[in-house]
Design a protein around this ligand. Sequence first.
Ligand code: KG4
Ligand code: ZN
Length: 338
Amino acid sequence: MATVLAIETSCDETAVAIVNNRQVCSSIIASQIPIHQQYGGVVPEVASRQHLETINWAIAQALEQSQLSWEQIDGIAATCAPGLVGALLVGLTAAKTLAIIQKKPFLGIHHLEGHIYATYLSEPTLNPPFLSLLVSGGHTSLIYVKDCGKYETLGETRDDAAGEAFDKIARLLKLGYPGGPVIDQLAQTGNPQAFALPEGKVSLPGGGYHRYDGSFSGLKTAVLRLVQQLEKNNTPIPIPDVAASFQETVARSLTKRAIACALDYGLSTIAVGGGVAANSGLRKNLQAAAAEHNLRVLFPPLKFCTDNAAMIACAAAEHLSRGHTSPLTLGVESRLSL
Ligand code: KG4
Ligand code: ZN
């Protein structure tokens, strides 16, 4: 049993949370999205500066909301990789400073491990082994979760991450940033069968397709061509239909690979994490396919799908209860595999 205060600043949310094992005592998420929206995407330098301005306030809020004192906190954690280097440094430095001042153990946590642990926050009885489908703005991975700290990546995207594909298609359709939620919303009123789009299979040298790896760049190009063709013909772009067809294709492609992977490895539970886990099309597709194959599929509550510090604190609490800590010399990494 451990209570951890964690900081997450890998991208555009300044987040601080306190978690006791799998129970959230407080969770503060200060989103920078409105600031980055004017640039059409996250500007790393702006993100770092904004984290610096917000971090002390977020720490104070998390403590106040939890009604805990420093004496009741067993460790301090922060995301150390992967992410924007300048942004990560703000959270990591704040966490190390707090650990020194409060004389607590310090832990650096991998962002993807945090996304895996987001499911634990709503599933207190979930334990490995299970398959994690991580779908965020930076990653699309199928991870075999064997134990705390023991992960094997079985499948990945060869190019764009799922969330990145949503963001790029939204930019193409001039829908703003971030693209996922707005495409999801528009897709509700569109026809998912309106346009046939490629699923993004990865060919194998000897013929056939990779069962777990995927690709979204071909799908992105297909949507671009479709829009260009419609414009050339002076046909108004049926945006809800394009959004629904694109979303359906992404959902189908992710579902097929996740189900194949779970069945091949004999894993009966698929836990989904990352911002795209909020997507209604993916939820519907995966739930239906999982039911067909007698598999259990778990989605964290929406607030823990996108970046937050509770998931980082939850991962850190488990590591700490097993006696794991990190040295204060730990640095940040923009890219680091799990
Ligand atoms: O996990 P996350 O907050 O940050 C990263 O670690 O990348 O994921 C952000 C991504 C963005 O690309 C955003 O467009 C996408 O998640 N996203 C969604 C939805 N909500 C957020 N994508 C599809 N449907 C959604 N409802
Ligand atoms: Zn994330």
